[in-house]
Design a binder for this molecule. Structure first.
Ligand SMILES: C[S@@+](CC[C@H](N)C(=O)[O-])C[C@H]1O[C@@H](n2cnc3c(N)ncnc32)[C@H](O)[C@@H]1O
Length: 200
């Protein structure tokens, strides 16, 4: 682990580049919980803008681009972003190195769809509230935020990473005009899938 904020993740991605184990969360395809959600509402981008938080190797970002979104994917691990660009050479996705806690100001209120899958829970619990607020602020008027996370019961402690989210942590995304439309407990109760949208 390095002293950089991305240290543990950067080390995992660098190890994968060196032929060691693949990142355990990556399965080389878009996340099924995202695909099911998108198919359930016949989602199409129509040239609108999407953002994938903590995009790793970019499978979810590529999926949204194929649905017709102008898509940006970011991750704070530079090796993940370099690998995403290399793995998808013909991609239209804009892959960038950025930290959830230090995002470009011009991203505020910009994206019609924001997908957050397992990133906040990979951050220390004391950062969850700030991270949720930063992510919610990226959603455009009429836009949607999809949150995927594994579940933790209120009041229980866990030794992370990861630090799965409680229901009240999921509700932290409902800030500054972003309303919680639906919270599902899927995968036999082990995952949250929450949909939020901005009404203005
Ligand atoms: C558990 S992985 C999930 C990757 C992908 N979203 C998925 O669902 O498979 C967490 C990802 O978030 C990235 N990440 C963690 N903290 C971050 C931060 N503060 N800013 C940006 N990316 C971060 C990690 O580098 C890693 O790629």
């Amino acid at each position: 682990m390095t002293g950089e904020p991305s240290g543990m993740f950067e080390a995992i991605y660098a190890g994968a580049e060196a032929g060691l184990a693949q990142p355990p969360w990556d399965h080389g395809a878009p996340r099924p919980q995202l695909v099911e959600w998108a198919e359930g509402r016949a989602l199409t981008g129509g040239g609108r803008e999407a953002l994938v938080v903590g995009c790793g190797y970019g499978s979810d970002a590529e999926y949204l681009a194929q649905l017709g979104y102008r898509t940006t994917g970011f991750d704070f691990a530079p090796t993940a972003i370099a690998a995403a660009r290399r793995k998808h050479p013909a991609s239209t996705v804009d892959y960038l190195v950025a930290d959830v806690l230090d995002l470009p100001p011009e991203w505020q209120g910009r994206f019609d769809l924001v997908v957050e899958s397992l990133t906040v829970q990979s951050m220390p619990p004391q950062q969850h509230q700030a991270a949720a607020r930063r992510i919610s602020a990226l959603v455009a008027p009429q836009g949607t935020l999809l949150v995927l996370a594994t579940t933790r019961d209120e009041g229980t402690e866990v030794t992370g990473p990861p630090w799965p989210l409680t229901r009240s942590e999921v509700e932290e995304f409902a800030r500054d005009g972003l309303d919680l439309r639906r919270v599902e407990r899927i995968e036999n109760g082990t995952w949250w899938r929450a949909e939020l949208s901005r009404g203005d």
